[in-house]
Design a protein around this ligand. Structure first.
Ligand code: AMP
Ligand code: MG
Length: 394
């Protein structure tokens, strides 16, 4: 048996990163992966500007007894500010550039304006209420590194430095194959012995959520010739083949022999539950991952083991996640393997779905993530376990 961490490490050793890149408009770049570091050609903000609606002045001019000053300028946001004459103030608005000659902004609530003059009731410290040039980003500064997924903050940031397009990696292409004679597609009638193919939808949606292109190759029956045809096709069109089912030890599990025939395969016993059997290899040089067939096992192994590998292939920098420690509200004995328990956060800590069977997919819909219970580690209410919220695995 290998530990989950060892399995992840071995997989990542075999990852080949997608190196094709493309330039996309910023508006279409959400969820894409930055192909190269980005630096700023500008200071952000580009000039000192006012953090308040108020009056800009030279601090020294308002000191002493005389605090009534003439209004010489009016500077709304978006206008070039001009120069402030000595002894005068500028009416200024939030975001407007500070005029040369001013060093402080007095908020309007601390002033009274009448007849072209302003009386200042309370003076702030010198430099108050000014957002200095470059306080967010300095010209020449690297703001994002390669491998970063572009989400809302990153897109806003790239816009703030004036980028119109951004260079990203081509989405990883992952072929999805569902193995099993018993599988039929939702919407079709179920004959005795059959079940609906849920892994197809589960896996394709995971892949799309990770920003990959899911190539859905449907069902491969438990027949070596048919499996060979599907895998052969998958190897031609995909960067990675992700299959579910058919990798246990029964004589109906033909996936292993087919992959061995077309390329190479090793079957790993990973010390995790659910998800002990996992196959890894290659078909005609294309990496192959064979997940267990039970839907909850397929989900957990896809999230815990396949995800870091696929992220490495995509060149994403966020494949490795660290669980957050949370107290548990339950008592449970540690098993011989590491348990990935479908759990949610209740008032007194993590709570478990009652049936943790690898065939019970409702557990994952009820849960907010996976509680990680190391082998042999008994827990009592109030003690902590690592928790992987679904959001960390997106
Ligand atoms: P296997 O790994 O082929 O032995 O499958 C293990 C269990 O998972 C069996 O009960 C299968 O019927 C079930 N299973 C396999 N593939 C799927 C699938 N795509 N959707 C739902 N259940 C599946
Ligand atoms: Mg099967």
């Amino acid at each position: 048996m290998v530990t989950p961490d060892q399995a992840i490490e071995r997989l990542i050793d075999h990852a080949r990163r997608v190196d094709d890149t493309e330039s996309v408009p910023l508006a279409d770049a959400g969820g894409r992966v930055l192909a190269a570091p980005v630096g700023s050609e500008h200071d952000v903000p580009p000039a000192d500007n006012s953090a308040m609606d108020g009056y800009a002045l030279r601090h020294a001019d308002a000191e002493g007894a005389h605090k009534t000053l003439p209004i010489a300028l009016r500077i709304p946001a978006g206008q070039a500010p001009g120069r402030l004459p000595p002894g005068a103030v500028a009416r200024i608005f939030t975001g407007a550039e500070i005029p040369a000659g001013a060093d402080t902004v007095v908020m309007q609530e601390h002033c009274r304006e009448s007849g072209g003059e302003v009386v200042i009731d309370t003076m702030p410290r010198p430099g108050a209420n000014i957002r200095p040039r470059g306080q967010d980003i300095r010209q020449g500064q690297q703001v994002l590194s390669a491998g970063r997924v572009l989400r809302a903050p990153e897109l806003g940031l790239l816009a703030s430095i004036g980028l119109r397009t951004v260079r990203v990696r081509r989405p990883l292409r992952v072929a999805v194959v569902s193995n099993g004679d018993e599988l039929v597609e939702p919407g079709e009638p179920l004959s005795p012995g059959q079940i609906y193919n849920s892994n197809r939808y589960l896996l394709c949606e995971l892949l799309r959520g990770w920003g990959f292109e899911a190539l859905d190759l449907g069902i491969a029956p438990d027949d070596p010739a048919r499996i060979e045809a599907v895998f052969g096709k998958a190897a031609l069109c995909a960067d990675v083949i992700l299959s579910s089912g058919g990798v246990s030890v029964g004589e109906e599990d033909h996936v292993k022999s087919v992959v061995e025939h077309l390329g190479a395969l090793s079957l790993w016993k990973i010390a995790m539950k659910p998800g002990k059997p996992l196959a890894f290899g290659q078909v005609g040089g294309t990496p192959f991952i064979g997940l267990p067939g039970n839907p909850a096992s397929a989900l957990v192994t896809a999230l815990v083991v396949a995800r870091p590998f696929l992220f490495a292939c995509q060149g994403r920098d966020d494949g490795q996640v660290r669980p957050v420690n949370l107290p548990v509200a339950f008592e449970r004995r540690g098993g011989p393997r590491q348990d990935y328990l479908r759990a949610r956060v209740g008032a007194h800590g993590l709570e478990l779905y009652a049936n943790q069977s690898s065939g019970v997919l409702l557990s994952a819909c009820w849960a907010e993530g996976l509680a990680v219970q190391p082998p042999g580690r008994d827990v009592q209410p109030g003690e902590s376990l690592g928790f992987l919220p679904w959001a960390l695995l997106r």
